[in-house]
Design a protein around this ligand. Sequence first.
Ligand SMILES: *Cc1c(COP(=O)(O)O)cnc(C)c1O
Length: 401
Amino acid sequence: MTHIYERLGIKPIINALGPATRVSGSIMPTEVADAMRDASQYCVDITSLQARASQIISGHTGAEAGYVTSGAAAGLLLGTAACVTGLDPTRMNRLPDTTGMKNRVVMARSHRNFYDHAVRSVGIELVEIGIADRYSGAGVRDAEPWEYAAAIDEHTAAVVYVAYEHTQPDLASVVAVAHEAGVPVIVDAAGQLPPASNLKRFIVEGADLVAYSGGKAIRGPQASGILCGRRDLIEAVALQHLDLDILWDQWNPPVELIDKRHLPGAPHHGIGRPCKVGKEEIVGLLTALDLFVQQDPAARRADWLTLMEQLLSAAGEIRGVELALVNDPKRSEIPVVTAQIDADVCGMSALDVIRRLQDGDPSIQANPTHVREGGVAFGPMCLKEGEPEIVGRRLREVLSA
Ligand SMILES: *Cc1c(COP(=O)(O)O)cnc(C)c1O
């Protein structure tokens, strides 16, 4: 049986890294792929489909409204734009020129990351606060709520907060100072699933907008994401994302998503128009989201654990390598296998191991996050049946060479 990648002359890889964009994200359940195929065979009014998506996302997140984006990064761009313009079409048309608008976004230095380019592309000035003393090794402190309060002024459009287990300060205290000044908080929760309870958590803690990836643990289309939050902000998002090549008198968007009475006229295509989302992605994301929340976390975890045990036992004992199964549900929902490489005994570094796995046939991707400390890690999320054995054997081969 030939598959599409054979016909294209592209070799699939074994993905023991996880749903990273560089390695094409996760593997969609067949139900999701089928739903996308079904969706592709009809035409629909895309605004009505987004309005329906909003209801479904509301149901899962507890937010007032929701929207399907082309990814979490697109959600950050769209959410920032919404906070800068509100429902003013003149402002929407002017972006990324933000002269005269609220055009500063406050972010802790320790939250800065490569994805905040999406925030900056709206034309705002990023105002950094705090010093990540605990990351430098010099101290114990990070940004503190009073520093947010001191940085917020009449030009502040939003606070952007990146949610991780280790993020400081806690979201609720940032929300408290931001809301005191009437400033919305946008949460980047791209990778904070599972647990599924995190779909509601940040909204409960007061976030005004929350962005998730659709192509990570949800296992939706790789180019999809969720943005959920305040109804007026999602309305401003929709206005700056949807294709608006339509006559005002013909235009009849569902009032739950876009209420024409809020507008003097329709804006042009907005700053979010290049992040367009097709019907296939919307339907795929909604299908994947339903499956994700229905899934029994204990069963999912047990499946992942089995894959990791198979990898570990295929690797066996390797001289100079400390192999371990890290399975601590309190710290992470996702069990992983770690290999600590003693470079002197093995005659190669952790990075050498990563590169040899990558250069082999089939090419294997492992997690390089801790290579500088001699660590190579393997995750279960994108492994298919039979692949853990291949990875374990290959690891053994590489290190015995
Ligand atoms: C993955 C990730 C993103 C980007 O998500 P996409 O859905 O690929 O756009 C943004 N922020 C963080 C923290 C991430 O981990």
